[in-house]
Design a binder for this molecule. Sequence first.
Ligand code: NAD
Ligand code: WQD
Length: 338
Amino acid sequence: MPLPILVTGGAGYIGSHTCVALIEAGHVPLVLDNLCNSSVESLARVQRITGVRPLWVEGDIRDAALLQRVLAEHRPQAVIHFAGLKAVGESVREPLAYYDNNVGGTTILLQAMQEAGLRNLIFSSSATVYGNPASVPISEDFPRSATNPYGRSKLMIEDILGDLVGADPRWRVARLRYFNPVGAHASGLIGEDPRGIPNNLMPYITQVAVGRLPELQVFGGDWPTPDGTGVRDFIHVMDLAEGHVAALAHLLGEPGMFTVNLGTGQGCSVLQMVQAFERNSGRRVPYRIVPRRAGDIAACWADASAAHRLLHWQARRDLDTICADAWRWQQANPQGLR
Ligand code: NAD
Ligand code: WQD
């Protein structure tokens, strides 16, 4: 059996889809998750999709003794590090929880890896590190900034990883900046399962369509965009998952650090997304335009050419597939997995 890939946060949204992509590529995922924002049922679903159950450890990345044991016992060849908190609004209210979990948790993980002689890491960064970009598409050399503690935690971790590679060239690090991950596995067995009322557009739309929420509030109809609503780079979560497999191959082949955007390279407005969803679900999504949400930006999409060049990867699933898959997941699991 090949040495496993440690997937922190692997029971979560992007992590569970990445487990599927890893298994399909012949890897063995070893998931470490404290289940603070997920359910272990997602791993049972990964098994139903692939026929393989990921290795599983319930625990926290801030538990140094646990990490030491897991790394010694399983000798993973690399770590894909998804574990962290990700709600922007909550990070403003509870900054310490974000710095502790995201920044503190990552340094404890890096320390344990270093002690175990394991220096191959893929990190989940975010397009949020570009702040309010001066123009679109956004390439990796754009200036970085943060407007909230969540974003700042990602900036800090990116810098910590840069320092680490600078200090010890044996480290191999990928900093992957995700744009807006959406959709679900085509089976409808795994997907995004937010707690409480969703913060993000796509789960909000699917919950309106399934009747859990009355209507969508569109935050702002007066943005400087073609239809006045916000424009984002919505990437199918399975494309994103496959991007990690491509990043892993590159990482294991070459020392050093690389930083790439994982996006489609195309912008889609909130209203375009609503229309695409209605078309693919056959449901109406009632919406109302309300004032802008604090902290939002007009438009954000990736220059995705570096990932194509370096990783030979590009997103291939279109907006219709995104909507059809998100709807299949929502209909089959109207209350999610919990
Ligand atoms: P998610 O909440 O579904 O997954 C994160 C997982 O990490 C959860 O299963 C949670 O239980 C686990 N976790 C959190 N803290 C932990 C800890 N201390 N120890 C062990 N497990 C812990 O979120 P996701 O959307 O899958 O995001 C994964 C990563 O990608 C996060 O780091 C997030 O910041 C980043 N990211 C997400 C998006 C997005 O829009 N979803 C965009 C850019 C970057
Ligand atoms: C998309 C568009 C909203 C909800 C966030 C994080 C970012 C990254 C991805 C982790 C915007 C509009 C939304 C709603 C709406 N996550 N909208 N009504 O804000 O681009 O990015 O998730 O790193 O850091 O900030 O995603 O899905 O919240 O919003 O009109 O109920 O949909 O205004 O234009 P966002 P989103």
